[in-house]
Design a protein around this ligand. Structure first.
Ligand code: ASP
Ligand code: MG
Length: 412
């Protein structure tokens, strides 16, 4: 007998039929004797619809009213799911975030959870009830409704699991797990049985949009085992957990992440003197532009090149700022490109294996793909390449590192 927290995303509760499907699924867990706390999102498209309504009225709704508005989506689904369970003879009770008392700070639309009162939930569980909680929302000290940021129901699920010390937190969604890379790019990508929190964070922040990043951070911090599963297909899903120190055979690379959201800027011929990096990046930071990769080489003469990447949405803004800085610094020129892509190998196995980088570079060289920037961390190697080679690069690396599903490895 276990205590599970289940989270069902918007598509899983997108119609009343699907809500009934979720109720059937919950009934099975209940029949097996498990305790259940269920977090649901709004019906798919609903949050966007609500935001659209606000924008019909004003371009600048106050964040407080936005939270009052968008939190209604989840209130609909908790009630409907609860009714569907009652219809099946299962006692259940729905709660808004405020009714549970999921206490957050007052940062509307991006609030952080501070404390969760588990008393009411515990009471219901003890009476054999299924507890259904609205995801994505909380309440601040003053009683204002808050929301946790888009995709925030994942975080609600993980936070409840941590607070209740649940055995596992299941995230039910429209994919059957986390894949070695995006199956739309590599047909033979495989579902991973297991991945560590650290790896998942790297995969998530690099573009596999299976889970909200914050929920993974949270799960890692409180060591809540997380399992990503398909809502309506049977299967083991992917378990996200702590690193298995005893594992004999750790794959060197767990997955390949990539993104096309970045752009690259280079100031050429900047004087190689103290303070230059801060003069270049200072104004970028002041403009609230986040910098991802930064590269500066040793100077052969008295000048050097300084390269960094930013989100593509910030590209023109960053370029304009940089041109100004470059002329102030007496740099030669600014070169910029927004047709780049970043490809990253991720794996905790890298720590104990040499030669990953050289194998990666070798694989790219064989495909005649030029590497523009390289950066590494303990469990990740990233390269920036021209965007047009992205698919080619990901496929070649997926094969080279033995990630292709068996059917291709055997040459089927
Ligand atoms: N309904 C919210 C959103 O669409 C929260 C969630 O689905 O996780 O962002
Ligand atoms: Mg979602």
């Amino acid at each position: 007998m276990a205590l599970f927290v289940h989270k069902y995303g918007g598509t899983s509760v997108g119609t009343t039929d699907r809500i009934e499907g979720v109720a059937d699924k919950l009934k099975k867990f209940k029949d097996e004797g498990h305790d259940l706390v269920v977090v649901v999102s709004a019906m798919s498209g609903e949050t966007n619809r609500l935001i659209g309504l606000a924008n019909d009225i004003t371009e600048t709704p106050t964040p407080r009213e936005m939270d009052v508005l968008v939190s209604t989506g989840e209130q609909v689904t908790i009630a409907l799911l609860s009714m569907a369970l009652h219809k099946r003879g299962i006692p259940a009770r729905s709660y808004t975030g405020s009714q549970v008392r999921i206490l957050t700070d007052s940062a509307h639309m991006k609030a952080r959870i501070q404390e969760i009162d588990t008393e009411r939930m515990r009471g219901d569980l003890d009476e054999g009830k299924v507890v259904i909680v609205a995801g994505f929302q909380g309440v601040d000290e003053e009683g204002n409704i808050t929301t946790l940021g888009r995709g925030g129901s994942d975080t609600t699920g993980v936070a409840l699991a941590a607070a209740l010390k649940a055995d596992e937190c299941h995230i039910y969604t429209d994919v059957d797990g986390v894949y070695t890379t995006d199956p739309r790019v590599v047909e033979h990508a495989q579902r991973m049985d297991k991945i560590t929190f650290e790896e998942m964070l790297e995969m998530a922040s690099l573009g596999s949009k299976v889970l909200q990043i914050r929920s993974v951070e949270f799960a890692g911090k409180y060591k809540v085992p997380l399992r990503v599963l398909h809502s309506f297909k049977e299967g083991p899903g992917t378990l996200i957990t702590v690193e298995d120190e005893e594992a004999v055979e750790q794959p060197v690379i767990s997955g390949i992440a990539f993104n096309r959201d970045e752009a690259k800027l280079t100031v050429q011929g900047v004087p190689d003197i103290p303070g230059v990096a801060s003069k270049i990046l200072g104004p970028i930071g002041e403009a609230n532009i986040e910098v991802d990769m930064i590269v500066q080489n040793v100077a052969a003469d008295k000048t050097t090149d300084f390269t960094f990447t930013v989100h593509r949405n910030d590209f023109s803004k960053a370029e304009a700022i940089l041109k100004k800085t470059a002329s102030e610094l007496g740099a030669r020129e600014v070169a910029a490109s927004d047709s780049i892509a970043k490809v990253s190998l991720v794996g905790v196995g890298m720590r104990s294996h040499a030669g990953v980088a050289s194998k990666m570079f070798d694989t790219l060289a064989q495909e005649n793909i030029n590497i523009q920037i390289i950066s590494t961390s303990e469990i990740k190697i990233s390269v920036v390449i021209a965007e047009k080679y992205l698919e080619l690069a990901v496929r070649a690396l997926h094969t080279a590192f033995g990630l292709d599903s068996e059917s291709v490895q055997e040459g089927e």
